[in-house]
Design a protein around this ligand. Sequence first.
Ligand code: PAN
Ligand code: ZN
Length: 189
Amino acid sequence: MSVLFPEEIAVDPVSGAVSPSTGHHVRRLGDLGGLFLDEPARAAEQSALGDPIVYDVIEYKKDGADLFFGTTIIQSGKVGDEYYMTRGHYHARADLGEVYCTQRGHGILLLETRDGLSETVRMVPGSCAFIPPGWAHRSINVGDEPLVFTWFCSVEAGHDYAAIAERGMLKRVVERDGAPRVVDNDLRR
Ligand code: PAN
Ligand code: ZN
């Protein structure tokens, strides 16, 4: 295997820009059908707001490396009373975890296991969330500015979206009386 050399990669804590970067994925409301409980509200907001971006993922991945990293930028917004969030996934490799370090904004990281455990971790600037192997994870922007975090992961981890895409996670994060609240997901009862 050829030798890899150390590098400096700039991460902008305000915009989430990664430079240089090797990949950029954009998820708009129109890409997220079925993600939010109120599907008619999602479709209505998609057309009313011109299919806005919900989140961006910008990554830096080096051929031959064991780790890669990047940023996720989730815009501030809601569908009905449910905050903008990522799709959420298990890793394809159940023995590989991840770390999320928050740069900007205020979020909630929602996690669960296939055995039915459910946990949350606060996402605020200056804190990192440890995601152990075997825990599905979804990040939710509960603030009024973009949520920007940097993630670090094995290149072997992979994504398994199917289980979460089918019925959602055990909990949802919604606004109640102006504040975020973690509630049961009725579709999983
Ligand atoms: C992150 C996520 C990113 C987007 O890089 O992939 O925040 O979330 P979804 O992939 O659930 O849409 C990560 O956890 N990678 O493993
Ligand atoms: Zn992950």
